[in-house]
Structure formats: structure tokens, C-alpha cells
Write a protein that binds this ligand. Structure first.
Ligand code: NAI
Length: 342
């Protein structure tokens, strides 16, 4: 299966599925910001999932044609389009997984935090409607700055009385995808086998790849650790600069998001062996939100892989301490944004 082979880390692919079997298609997924650079290829990738019965595409404009186009692919899920806030509630009713890539992307010279003013409002308004219409769904936040937009979503859900910390996820999968790719290339490893946990947050130095925990076990020189860590942290900027004003990562992000959606659906489907890194409410450190490997189950986060944070190298320990103030400030900025508007 093309779809299954795209996401090699899922042991459940040992139990092959036939994507044409109608009973396999169970879940409804909504993409908010579906007309954008990430939203469009993400829609295409999840259209290939054997687990999805319906894809709801929402945007403030131009989503009708995208849905018509996608609906002609002969995979089982039906595709429906929803335009503008008046159609958002019907987009969200009955949805199992909501993915939010709505908002503006970076241009050269911008940090993710520079997007705060626009994207904070967008995420807040969308999550308010999510809370009213599908409060039990998995909520996957892609919109940057993830370090702030996830706390914003949490505060909105709390205000609505429906916050379930186990089901709110900041999508940091692209950092893992990049780390796996760069490490495999550097060390001449078979890409499909490489897995590097990435912890912390999703911006600059808050992105901390734990190279010492790379599987399969591999040794790095100090120079390699420094070079790979910096490259993984700046990989988003690498793409922003190469696109020279035309946006940020969209295709690799769509791939990474599709992997996280696939993992979410497998977890919802009862697969007991699903692990992903994600920025979630956490008690692993003294920060209220933290990205780490988590075990996903039917009810969302089932367990934290705390062992990843044990036995770190001196370099990783220092980097972890160094990222905390910035991550803490970004989290607090998100919380304060929602509180200010009460
Ligand atoms: P884009 O500008 O191509 O697309 C954004 C889409 O959101 C547009 O179609 C726009 O109409 C829509 N939108 C704007 N306001 C909306 C609203 N209120 N409701 C619904 N839709 C709305 O941007 P792109 O490249 O798709 O990036 C989207 C976001 O993803 C950005 O914030 C970007 O920084 C972030 N991103 C996150 C990554 C991660 O690893 N988490 C990686 C790459 C990008």
C-alpha cells in the first residue's frame, strides 16, 4: 500500500489493510485552512488514508474548487467544502480529528513569533467553534507560533469548559521528519529505520533533537552534534529563504501532518503501538507545555516517554536548560493573549 509505506514507523502496518474495504473507513477529519499551501497537499495526502470516511475542507475562500478536484480521486472518503465562519459549525459537527493550518506563514527575516498578532486571533476564533461543535475531537495545531497557539487553544477550551489536555496537540512532526532525514544522510543510514526524538518546542533553540537517543544507535562527534542540531533548528528558515517571500514549508509540512493524522487515526482505531513527538500539556519538566514522545491511544495522550529525558548528554542538558526561558515566555504570551480578551 502506498499510504502505509509512506509512514514507516507504524508497526501496525504489519497488519495490512485494504483501503478499499468499506469497514476500514471510519473517521471524519476536518482541515481548517484547507485552501493554503499546507492545506491543499495535506488534503491530498489524507485522501489516501484507508481510515477516513469524510474529509471536511474549510477556508475563508477558494475551497469549493479544491474540494471538487480532490473528490474525483477514487479513494473511499467523501470530500465536502465549507466556506466562511457561517459554515464552520456544520463543517465541525461529528468530526473526530481537526487539523488547523490556518494563518499566515513566515517571510524571509521573520521569526515564528512575528506571526503571533495575526495567527493568535485566527486560532482563538477557530478553536472557539471547535469547542462548541466537536469538543471531543483530537485537535492538531499547525499554525505558528505553535509554542503560543497551543496554549491559546488550551485557554479557549478551558473557558468553554471542554478542555481535555490529552486531545490537544501541537504538530512538531516536521522537526522529527527533518531530524530523521538529516541524520540518515549524514550517517549514511537507511532512512526508513532512523528515528530521532525531538523535544522542547517548535521555534529556533526550543527545538531540541535528542541525537543521543537516535535509533538505530549511532555515535556522533561533537562537531556533528552541533552542526545537525543547528540545521534541524533552522530548517524552517532554510525553506523560507529558498522560497524567497513565497511562504514557508508546505509540502514537507503536509507530509509530516499527514503522518500525525495517520497516527491519530490508528490510535483512535485501537492500535496499541502508536508513538509520536508532540507539543502537549506535560509534567515532564517545570513547563506547562512541552514537546516529547507520547503514546497515543483512543483517548489521546496515554503516556509520556519520560525515559527520553534521562541519560542526556552534557550538550543536550545544557540545550534543554537554555531553551526553557524562551519556551516559557512563548507559552505565557499565549495564555496572556486569551486572558486579556476576557
Ligand atoms: P498559507 O497562507 O498558504 O495558507 C493559510 C490558509 O489559511 C489560507 O488558505 C487562508 O485563506 C487560510 N486562513 C486564513 N485565515 C483563516 C481563518 N480565519 N479561517 C480559516 N482559514 C483561514 O499558509 P501555509 O503555508 O499553509 O501555512 C499555514 C500556517 O502553518 C502558518 O502559520 C505557518 O507558519 C504554519 N506552519 C507550521 C509548521 C509546523 O511545523 N507546525 C510548518 C510550516 C508552517
Amino acid at each position: 500500500l502506498l499510504w502505509a509505506s509512506c509512514f514507516p514507523k507504524h508497526k501496525s502496518t504489519q497488519r495490512p489493510r485494504n483501503w478499499l474495504l468499506p469497514q476500514a473507513c471510519t473517521f471524519k477529519v476536518a482541515v481548517l485552512g484547507a485552501g493554503g499551501g499546507i492545506g491543499q497537499p495535506l488534503g491530498l495526502l489524507i485522501k489516501m488514508s484507508p481510515l477516513i470516511s469524510a474529509i471536511h475542507l474549510y477556508d475563508i475562500a477558494n475551497v469549493k474548487g479544491i474540494a471538487a478536484d480532490l473528490s474525483h480521486c477514487n479513494t473511499p472518503s467523501e470530500v465536502l467544502d465549507f466556506t466562511g465562519p457561517s459554515e464552520l459549525p456544520s463543517c465541525l459537527r461529528g468530526i473526530d480529528v481537526v487539523i488547523i493550518p490556518a494563518g499566515v506563514p513566515r517571510k524571509p527575516g521573520m521569526t515564528r513569533d512575528d506571526l503571533f498578532n495575526i495567527n493568535a486571533n485566527i486560532v482563538k476564533e477557530l478553536v472557539e467553534t471547535v469547542a462548541d461543535n466537536c469538543p471531543h475531537a483530537f485537535i492538531l495545531i499547525i499554525s505558528n507560533p505553535v509554542n503560543s497557539t497551543v496554549p491559546i487553544a488550551a485557554e479557549v477550551l478551558k473557558q468553554k469548559g471542554v478542555y481535555n489536555p490529552k486531545k490537544l496537540f501541537g504538530v512538531t512532526t516536521l522537526d522529527v521528519v527533518r531530524a530523521n532525514t538529516f541524520v540518515a544522510r549524514k550517517k549514511n543510514l537507511k532512512l526508513i529505520n532512523v528515528d530521532v526524538p525531538v523535544i522542547g518546542g517548535h521555534a529556533g533553540i526550543t527545538i531540541l533533537p535528542l541525537l543521543s537517543k537516535t535509533r538505530p544507535s549511532v555515535t556522533f562527534t561533537d562537531e556533528e552534534v552541533q552542526e545537525l542540531t543547528v540545521r534541524i533548528q533552522n530548517a524552517g528558515t532554510e525553506v523560507v529563504e529558498a522560497k524567497a517571500g513565497a511562504g514557508s514549508a508546505t509540502l514537507s509540512m503536509a507530509y509530516a501532518a499527514a503522518r500525525f493524522v495517520e497516527s491519530s487515526l490508528r490510535a483512535l482505531d485501537g492500535d496499541g503501538d502508536v508513538f509520536e513527538c508532540s507539543f502537549v500539556q506535560s509534567e515532564l519538566t517545570d513547563l506547562p507545555f512541552f514537546a516529547s514522545r507520547v503514546k497515543l491511544g483512543r483517548n489521546g495522550v496515554e503516556a509520556f516517554v519520560g525515559s527520553d529525558l534521562q541519560g542526556l548528554t552534557e550538550y543536550e542538558v545544557k540545550a534543554l536548560e537554555a531553551l526553557k526561558p524562551e519556551l516559557k515566555a512563548s507559552i505565557e504570551k499565549g495564555v496572556a493573549f486569551v486572558e486579556k480578551q476576557r
